[in-house]
Design a protein around this ligand. Structure first.
Ligand code: NAG
Ligand code: NAG
Ligand code: NAG
Ligand code: NAG
Ligand code: NAG
Ligand code: NAG
Length: 449
């Protein structure tokens, strides 16, 4: 074929055939010619198609990066503004899909037989935190945990003042509400009275929540007291580990040099723990860090930084003494320190409640001692008995504390489930003061002997 050069294609083929190629015997030259034309056409079409594919890909990539840019923008603006807008999820920008696609879809819809429509939640619910407490604000993981892990995912939380009047539910940190509500409550808006702290501290900030303007206002409560709340939000939860940890607990015990440690910032408490500790000090060495003892700058804003290592390495006991004795009230003092290799002594809750809440043999409760001296002597004995001490650490290490984010997330899921089923959860709390105090949830200290 190389010799064909500039001659006309047909005569060239003729010459080629005369040299005895068999196809010339079977097919007419014309057939060969048209076949070649056909092949050429097909080839062109294929190239065209792949070009078209390429173009499509380029467009899709452009769209993709537009989505990404847009998402990035949404993300950034959320980061700056805190969360969260609700109503409809934003439609990703797609310049290519306006009327044409709509038409196609309409036609397709007509062809299809009608199916039973799948249940799609009608809307999403906006939940406004009216005055999120510092306890939450300093825990951004919890604050922004979202609803993706919930059964009902169609809720959003906002912390912005301006969203109050357009929200489906408002969460109030009850003891911190103001004199005036400050916005017009839309019909049907759900109000939740939330409380981390105990009723003994509800008076601390003006006590406006007790005033008539807040009566018949709240629908639900959200607190740590499982027996007296609609939405259960404790400080944490202890769970069994699937795989036990293996550590040399005897060695850890043997290396500890100090007695008991307390870290706290409230020095005049309804549980009068300060007095309890003063008496305990006569029987067992106790160091107090924080506002009520030796100043220390660690763990500000509830963040457990490396300073807390001394629970692992130095102190045999950590005194998780609550500021009040109220049903179910066990705070971050125990939940945030549970995983350290130290033995925790609790003082709180209703009488002997620690025994029911925490796994057997993992914590020491002051309820189990008739006198403070008795506790002091017990701690002294345990401190010198490496085997017994290590046994407690080993038992405790079979469990772990899930952390605040997990329990907060669960409470938010519960709230969202309720929002989706308002009929089922209809409730108005006539008098929130009654709810707070009537069941007599708190006791005074009876162990200061
Ligand atoms: C929330 O989104 C809607 C549209 O989805 C928009 O009209 C509204 O302005 C947004 N609100 C806020 C507070 O950003
Ligand atoms: C509180 O609730 C727990 C868990 O639901 C239950 O086991 C316990 O009996 C209740 N206690 C009281 C005093 O009602
Ligand atoms: C401690 O608190 C009580 C009331 O809660 C108050 O009467 C008392 O003066 C306070 N004592 C100190 C030393 O602050
Ligand atoms: C305390 O010790 C345990 C076990 O050695 C370890 O898992 C944990 O990370 C330690 N905690 C800190 C804050 O170092
Ligand atoms: C919540 O309380 C308000 C005002 O008392 C009431 O109008 C509304 O029906 C209540 N919502 C629910 C779900 O109970
Ligand atoms: C901004 C934001 O997070 N919006 C979310 C609100 O909730 C819906 C689910 O109901 C999500 O799709 C949105 O992304």
């Amino acid at each position: 074929m190389a010799s064909c050069g500039t001659r006309r294609f047909t005569s060239c083929l003729k010459r080629f055939c005369h040299r005895g190629i068999h196809i010339c015997d079977r097919y007419s030259l014309r057939t060969v010619f048209w076949s070649l034309i056909l092949l050429a056409t097909l080839g062109t079409m294929l190239i065209g198609a792949s070009l078209e594919n390429n173009t499509k890909m380029v467009i899709e990539q452009a769209q993709q990066s537009m989505f990404e840019l847009e998402n990035e923008f949404v993300k950034q603006s959320q980061e700056v503004k805190a969360p969260v807008n609700t109503s409809k999820p934003r439609q990703p920008f797609n310049p290519f899909d306006v009327p044409v696609n709509l038409k196609v879809n309409e036609e397709k819809e007509k062809e299809k037989p009608k199916e039973t429509p799948k249940y799609v939640p009608k809307k999403s619910y906006l939940i406004n935190w009216y005055n999120a407490p510092p306890y939450l604000r300093f825990r951004p993981d919890a604050m922004h945990c979202g609803f993706q892990k919930c059964k009902y995912k169609n809720c959003n939380v906002t912390f912005e003042r301006k969203d109050r009047a357009i929200s489906d539910a408002v969460l109030f940190d009850g003891r911190w509400v103001f004199e005036k509500v400050g916005f017009i409550r839309p019909p049907g808006q759900v109000w939740v009275f939330a409380a981390h702290e105990t009723p003994t501290t509800f008076e601390d900030l003006g006590g406006w929540w007790k005033k008539p303007q807040w009566r018949y206002g709240f629908n639900w409560t959200m607190t740590y007291d499982i027996n007296n709340t609609d939405i259960y939000l404790p400080y944490g939860e202890i769970r069994k580990r699937l795989k036990p940890v293996v550590r040399d607990f005897k060695k850890i015990a043997a290396l500890k040099t100090n007695g008991a440690l307390m870290i706290n910032s409230h020095c005049n408490t309804s549980s009068v723990r300060e007095k309890y500790v003063d008496i305990l000090k006569k029987h067992f060495p106790v160091n107090v860090l924080g506002k009520c003892g030796t100043p220390w700058n660690c763990g500000t804003h509830y963040i457990h930084d490396d300073c807390f290592n001394l629970l692992n390495t130095t102190y045999k006991f950590f005194l998780a003494f609550e500021n009040a004795f109220c049903n179910q009230y066990f705070s971050e003092k125990i939940y945030e320190n549970f995983d350290y290799d130290t033995v925790i002594v609790t003082r709180g809750g209703s009488y002997k409640e620690a025994k029911r809440i925490f796994p057997k043999g993992t914590v020491i409760s002051t309820d189990d001692f008739r006198t403070i001296e008795g506790l002091g002597k017990y701690l002294g004995k345990l401190a010198w008995s490496i085997n017994d001490y290590a046994d407690i650490l080993r038992r405790k290490s079979q469990y772990y504390s899930v952390g605040y984010t997990a329990v907060y997330q669960r409470a938010m899921c519960d709230l969202c489930e309720r929002m989706n089923n308002l009929d089922k959860y209809k409730k108005i709390i006539p008098d929130i003061v009654d709810w707070a105090y009537n069941k007599d949830p708190c006791r005074g200290p009876s162990d200061l002997v």
